[in-house]
Every structure is written in C-alpha cells, then in structure tokens.
Design a protein around this ligand. Structure first.
Ligand code: TRP
Length: 460
C-alpha cells in the first residue's frame, strides 16, 4: 500500500485510547466461553490435562493468530472480507475467501450461542423474580433439565436475545455497550471471586481443585487436543475475523502485540476463576463433572443457595453473565453486518434483520436439540453439538491456518516487522522474530496436525 493510500485511512473511525482498545478486544473475548464453555469442556475432557493442553494452544496458536488478525485489520483498515481484498487485490488469488469462511463461522457460532444466552437471560429473569427461592441446592439439575426440555420457553428467550442485540446493532450504540462492559466486567470478576471463595470453602471442595490442576495425561486423546484447540480459538474470538475487524479500528501508535498478550492472559484468568467456582461445587454436591453444557446452570445456583444473600448474588451473577454474553454476541453479529453493508451495500437495518432472522430460524434447531429434536442426529450429533463442533473444531481452525499463512507468507516478515513494531517505534524485535516463526511454521502445522488427527483423517 502506498503512503498516499495510507494517509487516507487515518480518517476512518477507531478506538481512541489504549484502554479503549483493551476494553473492546477483551469485551469480545470474555463471554459465555469463559463461564460456560470452559468448565463444561474441561469436565467432559477429563480435567487438568485438558486445561494444560488448552494453555499451550492459547500460547502457541491462539495468541499468534490474534496478533495476525490485528496486523491484517490495521494494515488494511477494512471489514473482514474487504481487508483481504485490499491486501491481495488479484482476482486469481482468492485470499478473501478466508473472510467469507469467517462470516459463515459467525453464523454457525450464533446458532447455538444465542440458545445458551437465552438460558442465561432466563436464569437472570427467574432469579430476579424469586423463581429459585423454593429450589434446594441438590435440585438444580432437575430444574435445568425441565427448563431446556420444554419447547416454548427456550425458543422465546432465544428470540429475546436476538431482538436485544439487533436493537443495539441497528442503533449503533456500540460505544455505549463498550462503556457499559468496561464497568460491568470488573463487577462480574468480583462476583466470580465471591463465588470462588464460597465454592472453595464447601466441604469436599478440594477434590474440585485437584480435578482442575492435577493432570492425568492418560486422558489426552486426539479428540481432547482438538477440543482444547477449538476452545482456544473460541475463547480468544479468533479464526474468523472479529479481531481483524477490531484491528481495523486500532490506532497506528497502539502496541498491538502487547494488547494481544494482555487479552490472552486476562481472558485465561477469568476462565480459571470460573473453573474454581464450578468444580469444587461439582464435587461438594456430588454432581457429574461431565454434565456438559448444563454444568454451569446446575452448579452456580447450588453454590449461591448455600450462602447468605444467595438470591441476590445469584441474580447479579446471571445479569452480569447476560451482559458479558451480549457484548460477545454483538462482536459476532457485527461481522456479517459489516460485511453485508460494506461489500454488498445493504442498509444496516436490512443486514441486521436478515442476519439475526437467519440466526433465529436455523438457531431454533439448536434450541430444540434439548427437547423435540433430541433424537434427531446429523453426523451422529444433535444440531446443537453439530453447530458447536463445526464452528469451534473445524471453521475456526481452518480460518486460523489461512490467517497464519496469509500473514506469515503472503505479507511476510518485513510487513510483520513494520506493522507490529509500528515501523520500528516499539522495541519488540525479539518478540516479533519468535512470532514470525510461530506464525509461519509452528501454528499452521500444529493446527493442521491437530485438525486432521482430531477428525480421524490421519492418526499419529
Ligand atoms: N470469545 C467469546 C466468548 O468466549 C465468543 C466470541 C465472540 C467468539 N466473538 C467470537 C468466538 C469470534 C469465536 C470467534 O464467549
């Protein structure tokens, strides 16, 4: 890109402060992935060994992909598809398809994410209106099973979720939401800590701590490693262009690699805190750690049941979880909306309504997976599990490989050095040398190996 072209980019709207960049990117990363998916996958995949593999995936793969997305986004200053077209305009080299896969992945994720967000919203509403006051600590599993086994309730809540995020996206009040999440996320953290203290002081809690931190490496299989990799992508919001889009709003003076490291560390901390609230309770109350998606909804109400002001804390927990989920979903819905408005010239209103409507119609298949469609299997999975698996374990890793190859080989070491060091202004040459090796060789090969192995296409 010539300097002249670059100077016209600076007029584009963007995040105004360093804290704003961190808040926006962390706001996208922190969501149901931390408090719902991390504990449920950890429980299904055998505990600490899974956490260990997950941490390696975050460090060696998730972090480099995030930095790569920032580089693509800020260099091009455009939406997820437009960015690739700008950096590789040749029609015979269709790198922009990476962006198209990303838009499709956003839909796949939203099909089931809005379902789970609906559960969270309904739990917030239910605890707010005193619906849990008669429920004993050991009965929470039955309450949840009954709820997701019903048809109308979960569907209505899913549509309430979709309506909420549509209103926000159409109104374009992302700034307001950002400001809101900036103050509310710390409160969620405090609540998690309260939850941790209560859970850790329950009789028999220590078994949960051991479960989370003492690895049994015999539990690691190809499927477990793929699940950990998929979670790393999902958690950090990478592999589909959220961070590319946000990268395009990052100012030329911001330290992108440092921001990525901060996001990865803080996000991981939130997940561990959630794990420390959930697993001690699992063992203290005799729940099953491999309960899967229902785990959070069984353990958290049970934990709060056993403490003073439990009702109040429970309500606050699910209200804040709803807000965190909403922040993450907005960043997901924004990807197709930005694509449709910028590339296809749709109005913002049409783009939002069509995208959200599609998410609601196909997403209802995920919602009905726990009731009328529980026996309908596609590739041996319910629709819910299929959307979840196809997005985290296939679409995001494939997107991740393409993003790494694009930055590592197409843009190349010179552009990496220039863009990620702010043309030499940042003193991070050694870090970027390591990054370059990771993004050119280690990450794409590792993702490919884990993907093929996890899908059973090749076995080591
Ligand atoms: N990271 C978010 C969470 O943990 C979900 C999310 C937002 C996401 N944007 C994404 C996942 C992009 C994958 C890709 O809840």
């Amino acid at each position: 890109m010539s300097d002249k072209e670059k100077s016209t980019e600076t007029k584009r709207e963007g995040f105004s402060t360093t804290l704003g960049v961190l808040a926006a990117t962390l706001g996208s990363a922190v969501g149901l992935g931390n408090i719902w998916k991390f504990p449920s996958l950890t429980g299904q995949n055998g505990g600490a060994a899974f956490v260990f593999v997950y941490l390696i995936c975050v460090l060696l793969i998730g972090l480099p992909v995030m930095i790569s997305e920032f580089i693509i986004g800020r260099r091009a200053g455009a939406n997820n598809v437009g960015a690739f077209k700008k950096l590789e305009p040749s029609p015979t080299k269709p790198w922009y398809m990476t962006g198209v896969v990303g838009v499709a992945a956003a839909f796949l994720i939203m099909f089931f994410y809005t379902d789970v967000a609906g559960w969270v919203y309904s739990y917030a509403f239910k605890s707010l209106t005193g619906g849990f006051s008669q429920v004993g600590a050991t009965e929470t599993a039955d309450v949840f099973a009954k709820y997701v086994g019903s048809v109308a309730g979960p569907l209505v809540w899913q549509w309430i979720v979709l309506a909420t995020i549509s209103v926000i996206i159409i109104a374009g009040v992302t700034k307001g939401i950002e400001r809101m999440t900036k103050t509310l996320l710390p409160i969620l953290l405090v609540l998690l800590l309260i939850c941790d203290i209560r859970a850790l002081t329950l009789p028999g809690a220590f078994a949960g701590v051991e479960y989370l931190f003492r690895p049994d490496f015999t539990k690691i299989t190809a499927g477990v490693v793929l699940a950990a990799l998929g979670l790393a992508f999902f958690k950090l919001s990478v592999g589909m262009g959220t961070m590319t889009t946000y990268g395009s709003y990052i100012g030329k003076k911001e330290n992108m690699p440092a921001n990525a490291v901060k996001v990865a560390l803080s996000d991981t901390l939130v997940s561990i805190l959630a794990g420390l609230a959930v697993f001690p309770a699992v063992f203290a109350f005799g729940f099953q750690p491999d309960a899967g998606p229902s785990l959070l909804f069984i353990t958290i109400p049970a934990v709060f049941k056993t403490m003073p002001f439990g009702q109040l804390f429970l309500t606050m927990f699910f209200v804040l979880a709803s807000i965190a989920a909403t922040g993450a979903m907005i960043s997901l819905l924004e990807v197709p909306v930005a694509y449709l408005t910028e590339e296809k010239r749709w109005s913002r209103m049409t783009a939002t309504l069509v995208s959200a409507g599609t998410m609601g119609v196909i997403g209802s298949l995920a919602t009905l997976s726990t009731s009328t469609l529980s026996d309908t299997l596609v590739f041996g999975k319910t629709f819910f599990d299929l959307f979840d698996f196809a997005s985290s374990n296939i679409a995001l890793p494939v997107g991740g490989i393409l993003i790494c190859l694009f930055v590592g080989w197409k843009l190349g070491p010179k552009v990496i050095m220039d863009e990620a060091s702010n043309a030499g202004a940042l003193n991070n040459v050694v870090f970027l040398k390591v990054f370059t090796v990771l993004v050119r060789y280690v990450a794409p090969l590792a993702i490919l190996a884990v993907l093929l192995n996890g899908l059973g296409i090749i076995t080591f």
